[in-house]
Design a protein around this ligand. Structure first.
Ligand SMILES: Nc1ncnc2c1ncn2[C@@H]1O[C@H](COP(=O)(O)OP(=O)(O)O)[C@@H](O)[C@H]1O
Ligand SMILES: [Mg+2]
Length: 315
């Protein structure tokens, strides 16, 4: 990275709510960048084109009388890197990054959560150019028979208001949302100018699984690991599942070290043993997604989920 970029990065702010959930605080910029996210090259490219390049070159948009800015909605099975990827964007850009976990403000008193939602959008406008990441959008609308329904309705309305505000008053504010269950989202949130661009974050391919395994075992004491073998045996496993396998395997190696009285490196066998005890956690998601894609997908939003299932023989 050039010195100029380093200089800029010192001014970069990562802002989120504090533990008491009512004060916006600056937190440390995450160290992760796109390199730490294994695979997802298409998605990274898409984010590069629609977020990172426009942030760097807003003059191209201005020349055409267009405002830079916009929103994306990441969706897919749990544990496949939505949150991880969005956080890595903070490490990629020379812009401010605001991180909002919707669940955190939903637990507040009625009125207070809307107020806080407004605060964070205000902050985003103040700090532009900036990326606002709203994680856990499933928190609103996950269960329609929930007691909190009215509360959630108010929060959805506030979110709509803020997103529309971005459209009309604000350039250079970029919003990324993430959810496991986009079909539960209020359709109003999906209209043009709001979260109208959906990006599917699929489970890692065999090659990507090997890459994720090598990222997660990097720097640990190890024999030469046959990660390709393991990648073959972990079809449909998520990045989080693979991380769990590596952690379990490390525990086995540590246990062995204690038994033998000297440091034991991680082996392929440790990883295979650990893998045998775990199942892919993405399949349940696909069976739910299939229902929505088949019976209530009037926009064809989830066609690529069906295509993915066909290509990967998920039934
Ligand atoms: N593509 C990936 N590359 C590296 N690590 C990953 C990847 N996908 C998931 N992980 C690991 O799994 C963890 C959980 O992923 P996360 O981003 O929280 O999933 P999601 O938000 O999609 O439910 C991450 O913190 C990361 O350690
Ligand atoms: Mg997440």
């Amino acid at each position: 990275m050039s010195e100029n970029n380093d200089q800029k990065r010192k001014n970069l702010k990562v802002i989120q709510f504090d533990k008491n959930k009512n004060t916006l605080i600056e937190s440390e910029q995450p160290k992760e960048t796109f390199k730490d996210v294994g695979g997802l090259d298409e998605v990274k490219k898409k984010i590069q084109m629609s977020f990172i390049l426009p942030l760097q070159n807003p003059e191209y948009f201005k020349a055409y009388g267009k405002e830079a800015g916009g929103s994306l909605l990441l969706f897919g099975p749990p544990g496949c890197g939505k949150t991880f990827l969005a956080k890595a964007i903070a490490g990629e850009i020379d812009a401010n990054f605001l991180h909002l976990e919707l669940q955190a403000i939903l637990s507040m008193y009625v009125g207070e959560s809307e107020h806080n939602l407004h605060d964070i959008f205000e902050k985003a406008r103040e700090l532009k150019p900036c990326v606002l990441f709203i994680d856990e959008l499933d928190a609103i609308g996950g269960n329609r028979h929930n007691m909190r329904q009215h509360h959630e309705r108010m929060l959805v309305n506030q979110l709509l208001l803020e997103l529309d505000g971005l459209q009309s008053f604000n350039d250079e504010v970029y919003v990324i949302g993430a959810t496991n269950t986009p079909w539960y989202l209020d359709p109003a949130l999906r209209r043009p100018g709001r979260f109208n661009q959906l990006i599917f974050i699929p489970p890692p391919s065999e090659q990507e699984r090997e890459l994720i395994l090598s990222l997660k075992t990097a720097g640990k004491p190890q024999t030469s690991l046959q990660l390709d073998k393991l990648a073959k045996k972990t079809v449909h496993f998520s990045g989080a599942d693979l991380t769990q396998i590596v952690n379990d395997a490390i525990e086995l190696a540590i246990e062995r070290s204690f038994e033998l009285g000297y440091l034991q490196p991680l082996t392929t066998d440790d990883l295979q043993q650990a893998a045998k005890k775990r199942k892919a956690t993405t399949l349940e998601w696909f069976s739910t997604a299939k229902n929505y894609a088949t019976f209530s997908d009037s926009n064809g939003d989830y066609q690529f989920v069906l295509d993915y299932m066909k290509e990967n023989r998920i039934r």
